[in-house]
Design a protein around this ligand. Sequence first.
Ligand code: MRU
Length: 367
Amino acid sequence: MRIDGKPYRTIWLAADGRTVEVIDQTRLPHAFEIRALGTLDDAVAVIRDMIIRGAPLIGATAGYGMALAMAEDSSDAMLSRAHDRLMTTRPTAVNLRWALDDLRHLLLPLPTDQRVTAAYARADEICAGDVAICASIGRHGLRLIEVAQRRKKPGERVNILTHCNAGWLATVDWGTAMAPVYMAHDQGLDVHVWVDETRPRNQGASLTAWELGKHGVPHTVIADNTGGHLMQHGMVDLCIVGTDRTSRRGDVGNKIGTYLKALAARDNGVPFYAAVPSPSIDWTLDDGVRDIPIEQRDGAEVSRVTGRLANGAIASVEIVPAGTAVANYAFDVTPARLISGLITERGVCEASAAGLLSLFPEHAWAA
Ligand code: MRU
C-alpha cells in the first residue's frame, strides 16, 4: 500500500539482505518510524511489545525471527530455542505457531551451513504468500460489497463496520478485512468505513484510521459502543472483521469486542463476515469459544490512555482511580452461528466445518 505516494509493506529486508525492517506501530498515527531487527532478541521484542501486531504479520515476523536466529547460530540448540522463545510472545494468533512449526520442519533436516539461506528464503515465501492470500481475500470480499451496493439507492454509499485493525498494517500488505474495502475503493465504489476505536489499545482509532486515511478511503472513528445504535438505524450495510485464530468449525477469535458486534449485527439483520486467511485456521480446535487461548495483557492498557497533547508531546494518562482492579482480556470468540460467512483466499464459505472443508478438503483429517 502507499504512504504519501510511496509503496510500503509492513516488513522487508534491508539492503544488507540480513537485517529485517518493520514499521513501528506503537508510534502511529503520530510518527512514522522504522525499526531494524538484527537478532532473535529483537524479533522476540517487536512481537511481544506489539511494535508489530496482527496475526498474519506476527507469523511473517516470526519467520524472519527464525532466520535471524540462524544467522546468529545455526545449531539445533538455537533452532529449538528460537522456536520456543518466539512461540511464547503472543498466545492467541495461531499464525505464529503455523510459521514457527513450518520453519522448524524445514530447517531441522538441513545441514547447519544451509540453514541461514533456507530460513530467509522461507520467510520471504511466507511474506509473498501472505500478500497473495490477502489480495485473494480482497477479490472475494469485493463481491460482497458489490452485492451490498446493488441494494442501495443511486448515490448512496456502502457503510462497512470494522473492529480493531485488520488492514494492511496487520498483514504484509493489503490486509484481511480491509482488503475488500481497498479494492472496492480503488474500483470507484462509494464505500465508507465505520472504524471502532477498539479499546484498550485503540488499534482502530490509531491504525485503521491512519491507513484508510493514507489511502483516501472515507471513514469515521466511533466509540466502541456505537455500532449497535448505527445498526438499529440502518447505517451499517455489512460488518467485516479479521481473525487471530478461527477453529475448524468456524468460531472466530478476534480482538475483544468483536462478539458484541456480531450479536448486534444478528439482532439487526446486518451481514457479519470474518476475513480468514488459511494460516489463521486452527484445524486442531473445534470449539473455539472453549479452546482458543485468550491473551490477557497488562492492566495498564485499560487504566491508562496514550495520546498527543496540544504541544505535540505524546503522553500517557491514568483514567481510573488509583488502586482500582482492572482486567484486560485481549480477544474474544464469536461463535460460528453468528457469522454470515468466512471470506478466505479460496472463496466465501459458511462458518462451519462443512463450509471450511468444502474449500480446504486437504484438512479432512481434522473432521
Ligand atoms: O492484538 P492485535 O492488535 O495483534 O490483534 C489484532 C486483531 O485482533 C485484529 O482485529 C485482526 O483482525 C486480526 S489480524 C488480521
